[in-house]
Each structure stands twice: as structure tokens, then as C-alpha cells.
Ligand binder design. Sequence first.
Ligand SMILES: Cc1cc2nc3c(=O)[nH]c(=O)nc-3n(C[C@H](O)[C@H](O)[C@H](O)COP(=O)(O)OP(=O)(O)OC[C@H]3O[C@@H](n4cnc5c(N)ncnc54)[C@H](O)[C@@H]3O)c2cc1C
Ligand code: FES
Length: 427
Amino acid sequence: MMLALQIGGGFIVIAALLQAGAGAIAQVAGALRKRSMDQQRLAFFKKQTDILINRAEADRQRNVLTWSGKRKFRVIKRQLENRVGDICSFYLAPHDGGSLPPFLPGQFLTFELSIPDQPRPVVRCYSLSGSPEDRDFYRISVRRQGPPPSAGPDVPGGLSSNFFHNNIKEGDVIDVMAPNGKFHLDVHSDRPVALIGGGVGLTPVLSMLKWLADTNSHREAWFFYAVRNGEDVACIDEIRETINNNSNFHLVVLYSEPAENDVSEKNCDCQGYLSVDVMKNYLGTSNYEFYICGPPPMMDAVTTSLKEWGVPEDDIHFEAFGPASVKKTAPAGAAESAPGDGEAKTVSFARSNKSAPWNEAAETLLDLAEECGVQIASGCRAGNCGTCATAVKEGKVTYVTPPTSQPAKGTALLCIACPDGDIVLDA
Ligand SMILES: Cc1cc2nc3c(=O)[nH]c(=O)nc-3n(C[C@H](O)[C@H](O)[C@H](O)COP(=O)(O)OP(=O)(O)OC[C@H]3O[C@@H](n4cnc5c(N)ncnc54)[C@H](O)[C@@H]3O)c2cc1C
Ligand code: FES
């Protein structure tokens, strides 16, 4: 009996000890769990703070380090980016050895090239295709532009792109204007993005993808890249590596004219043109910020269908690489001085001694000038680069879209301007 009591008491003591021990263990485990959660919260908070600090510092550097006018850059590397060899990247370092402003992903550089036999410098824009986090150099990727398929034998290929491909070597020094442009990723947003590049329109969206990767962004990113086939596809190893290193990134490659081996080797995810129906299959929902750059037919189709899908206009961002020097030929009626009819607005080009009635079909004063055979240098044709700034001697303009930066007093950016009444331009 005593023995049983003793044994029973022992059990009770042991059970009590075990219970107390379990309680203590649970307390310690709870404390450890809480500490680990606190540490995780702290790490997350620190990461978010670091991101905000880095962004604020990048904003500051962008303002402090930018330059006005031209700056000399040395070509430090050239690299062909596709099998067909019509896209070549140029890596550019500042010749003065100074620091570079971090551009916004999607922006472009404007180049002023001295091309032999051209009466004046040729100005063209090229999107930055590298990461804004690369602070020692900029990268652009230029597609060699041949004559249009329908053109006669006398029509030359593109001036600037062929000059880049044929003439610009490593070690050469060229004039470059500071990064600019409104087509850039919203770097303060945390929303999912769909980045869409068609052909060489890949360049600005590739820069966006690289920035997201280099800043360890948690944003969900889909990269849709549409090209003809495996001969044309550019920078594909770089794109795949970036996507594979980030579990929140996804890639969809579309070939419109895949070769036999493209199909057998499964080089693309889809065949055919990029459409919003294709995107719907992957995205499921339209709750993305869309950034699109590609040939005009693709952009027209995609932007229209995105709106039909219910995507708000504010979430659809796009840029077209318009041809810069395709001049409209002067119509037979572009008289030396075609008078306005009183009600109509008359545009006069004082130095060329030409004038023409304003017609809405011209869309901008630059278009009208070209229709009349009046030479005006242009670059971006989007109000960004300032190349087409022309003095307004009399009258006023209205802008179709607001200029990126205000032109000098008394001048107007003709590529985005319409006359507000009769006008006399110093051209
Ligand atoms: C913001 C922006 C960013 C850009 N980013 C890039 C980029 O990243 N990569 C890129 O490759 N491009 C880019 N571009 C396009 C680039 O700026 C040039 O427009 C492109 O390289 C063509 O310029 P080019 O001087 O070679 O051709 P141009 O000399 O301007 O000629 C354009 C076309 O017209 C044809 N042509 C010339 N004369 C005639 C004629 N008399 N009759 C009929 N046709 C004629 C040419 O053969 C050519 O096909 C961008 C453009 C903009 C506005
Ligand atoms: S051509 Fe660039 S601002 Fe007009």
C-alpha cells in the first residue's frame, strides 16, 4: 500500500515536473518564435527602409548629376545581340570620367551624330537598354534599319542606325544628351507589371526588367517579348537569366514566323502575333500596370484591346519609335506663299519664304513644315529632345501633348505643336 502510494506520488511528482517542463519549453518556444517574428519584421522593415533610402538617393543623384546640352561619351564595347546581326549594343562611358546620373528605367538618350555628306548633325534617340543600377556606363541597342520593303533601289537605309553599325567603333567619342523621356516605369509603385516588347521595342522594357531585378523588387513582373523568330530574337540569354533568378518574374516569348528548329527546340512559348487574348491566358486578371513598346500595328492593337478589357488608361503606358527622317514630299500645291482665307490659320516660314494654310491632317507644325519642304531638324518627334525647337516670330502655339521640359522663351517644339491662330516661324 505504502509502496503503491509512493509510486503513485512519484508519478504525480514526475507528471507535475513534466507539465512544468512542458510549460517552460512552450514559453521558451513562444518567446523564440516571437523573437524570430520580431527579427523577420525588423528585417522586412529595414529592407523597405533601405529601398526608400536608395530611391530617394537615386532621385537626388538624377537631379544633381544630369547635364544640359551635349556631353562626350566613349564607346567602350560593341556587341551583336541577335543571330541575324541587325541589333548591336553600344556601351558608353563618359569621356570626362565623371559620374553618371541614374536614369529612370525606360528613358532614352539623344545622340547628335556628325555623318559625312550630311549637311548638318543627325539627331536620333535610342532607349537605354541596360540597368539604371549600372553606374559606370550606359547601354543602347540599335537595330540597323534598311530601306522600306516597297522602296525603290535609290532609297538609302536609315542614316543613324547604319552609321552606328558600320562606323562607330570601340574607342570612338560621340555627343550625347542626358537621359530623358516620360515613358518609364513608375519606380514608386508596388503593383504587378506587364512589360511588353515587340522587335527592337524590347529595349526600354528590358531596362525596366533589369531595374526590377537589380533592386530586388518583390513586384510580380510578366515579360512578353514578340519577334519574328529565333534569328531575330535579341538579348535572349540575358533575359532568361534575369527571369530565372527571380521567382516573381515570368517570361512569354512569341514568334510570329518560327523556323522549323524554333518549333522542334521549343524556343518560343507561343506562335503568332502578340494579342491581349494571349496575355489574358497568362495574367488571368487585368490588374497590372502595362508598359508597351513595339511596332505601331502591335501597339495600336494591344492598347485598344487593353482598354476593352477594362484596363484604365492610366495603367497603359506606351512609346513608339517613330521614324525620324522620313520626310513627306512637298505637295504640288505647297506654294511659295499660299495665303490663308481670313478664317483659316496661316503658317508662315519666314526664312524659307513659304506659307501654307493650317490643315488638321498635318497634326503638327513639324509635319506641315515637312509637307512644305521646309527643313527642320528633329529627333524624338515627341516633345522630349528639344531638337525641333524653333523661334516663333509672331503668334502662338498650343501643344498636343505637354513638352517634357519647357522650351526656351520665344521658341516652340514643333513636333508637338499646332498653331493657335496665324503664326510666323523662324524657319
Ligand atoms: C524615344 C525613342 C527611342 C528609340 N529607341 C530606339 C532603340 O532603342 N533602338 C533602335 O534601334 N531604335 C530606337 N529608336 C528609333 C531611332 O531613333 C531611329 O528612328 C531609327 O534608328 C531610324 O533612324 P535612322 O536614322 O537609321 O533612319 P532614317 O534615316 O530616319 O530613315 C528611316 C527609314 O526611312 C527610310 N528612308 C530614308 N529616306 C527615304 C526616302 N527618301 N523615301 C522613303 N524612305 C526613306 C530609311 O531607309 C529607313 O528605313 C527610338 C526612337 C525614339 C523616338
Ligand atoms: S523632335 Fe524632339 S522635341 Fe521635337
